[in-house]
Design a protein. Structure first.
Length: 372
């Protein structure tokens, strides 16, 4: 295979270059057709990209960036194709063990360890291969279409809804290069235009590109998270004023509502008192204190979790100190000094100094255990 050089080129040439790399390396070569000695002697250094000279002052900045971006796109598409095949290989190894092994996955894990592949990375590749095969099996994509995607764009496409996938596939079939930006833009457009939460006049503004979908889609997603009773006032607020500033304000309110409802259901102190969180929310809204109330329950949830974690650590410290004290004695005076120095942390009265001696403060906590 001859050297592959990339220089500044128009879009049509970029497409031809990307296709030639994929075809020559990933599709026209069958593993069974390659002798072992030929595979061992395969010279991957023969593949090269011609990069611009970073010290060339005569090269315009736009042309320099275009050349670098072109080389990056080739690598990105190269990565996607090879990672899909890595996933298929790993899936084959895993499925072989399922069929013939003991079913515990030890053989597959050993295979990964021998190649220094983490389990999470392996399943990430397998998921990528599954996504590619699903899209191709459904007839949505073929090998030529996959070449249009960057690696990250393909991953996001695989995770998108079926409607968004179809929009992206149609764009790829038309020869458009699909990047993460295109995927997100199409996803935002579909989310916004298909939503029942938005008034018609706002959708008209979206269609006319006077309101960017990157501001509207987050609003729709936040409203979707809320129970219907909480959606109504937000939808009314958008109907009253569909300008960009109001969209941002309503989105922020929707996020705070979600945080408030999520955290109030998790805080045990609230659950133990049977607080009417809906009425409390109404009162906070009347006072204009939604943000403050949302932050309060969020911090309360974090505090409860921190206390539970603190108790677990303190219990382990206390147990270890007790066990070590039993093993120590008159022959271990330094070990006893160590235990005595840690008594302020291992005892039920925990004392911690925050800051230095002059400007710091001492925090004292008493830990008592009560059986339910």
């Amino acid at each position: 295979m001859g050297n592959f050089h990339v220089a500044y080129a128009p879009k049509s040439l970029i497409q031809r270059l990307s296709v030639s790399v994929s075809e020559s390396l990933l599709e026209s070569i069958s593993v069974e057709s390659i002798p072992n000695e030929a595979l061992a002697n395969l010279d991957l250094t023969d593949f090269s990209l011609s990069l611009p000279d970073p010290n060339d002052e005569g090269l315009a900045e736009g042309q320099f960036l275009a050349e670098v971006d072109l080389a990056w796109q080739v690598c990105d598409r190269f990565d996607l194709q090879t990672d899909i095949w890595r996933g298929r290989i790993l899936r084959t190894v895993r499925d072989r063990e399922k069929a013939n092994g003991e079913g515990r996955g030890t053989g597959f894990l050993k295979w990964l360890q021998e190649r220094e592949i983490s389990k999470s990375q392996a399943y990430s590749w397998i998921q990528l291969a599954n996504s590619a095969d699903t899209l191709m099996a459904d007839g949505q994509l073929d090998a030529d279409d996959i070449r249009q995607f960057s690696k990250r764009a393909f991953l996001e496409t695989a995770q998108a809804s079926s409607e968004v996938q179809q929009l992206i596939v149609d764009a790829a079939r038309n020869g458009e290069k699909i990047t993460r930006r295109e995927v997100r833009q199409l996803s935002d457009e579909w989310t916004s235009m298909s939503s029942d939460h938005l008034p018609d006049d706002l959708k008209e503004k979206i269609a006319a590109h006077t309101i960017p979908t990157r501001y509207v889609a987050p609003l729709v997603r936040e409203i979707d998270k809320l129970p219907e009773a909480y959606q109504t006032p937000l939808k009314q607020a958008i109907a009253d004023a569909s300008d960009l500033d109001n969209i941002k304000l309503v989105t922020a309110d929707a996020q705070r509502l979600t945080k408030y409802l999520t955290n109030t259901s998790q805080v045990q102190a609230i659950a133990n008192r049977s607080v009417n969180i809906d009425h409390a929310l109404e009162e906070a809204l009347r006072l204009g204190c939604l943000k403050l109330a949302s932050d309060l329950v969020s911090q309360a949830s974090q505090l409860e979790q921190a206390i539970a974690k603190l108790y677990g650590i303190w219990k382990r410290v206390s147990t270890s100190a007790d066990q070590l004290y039993v093993e120590s004695g008159a022959s271990t005076p330094n070990l006893l000094d160590l235990l005595n120095s840690l008594d302020s942390l291992a005892s039920q009265n925990v004392t911690v100094q925050i800051g230095n001696d002059q400007s710091g403060r001492t925090i004292r906590l008493q830990i008592t255990e009560e059986d339910q």
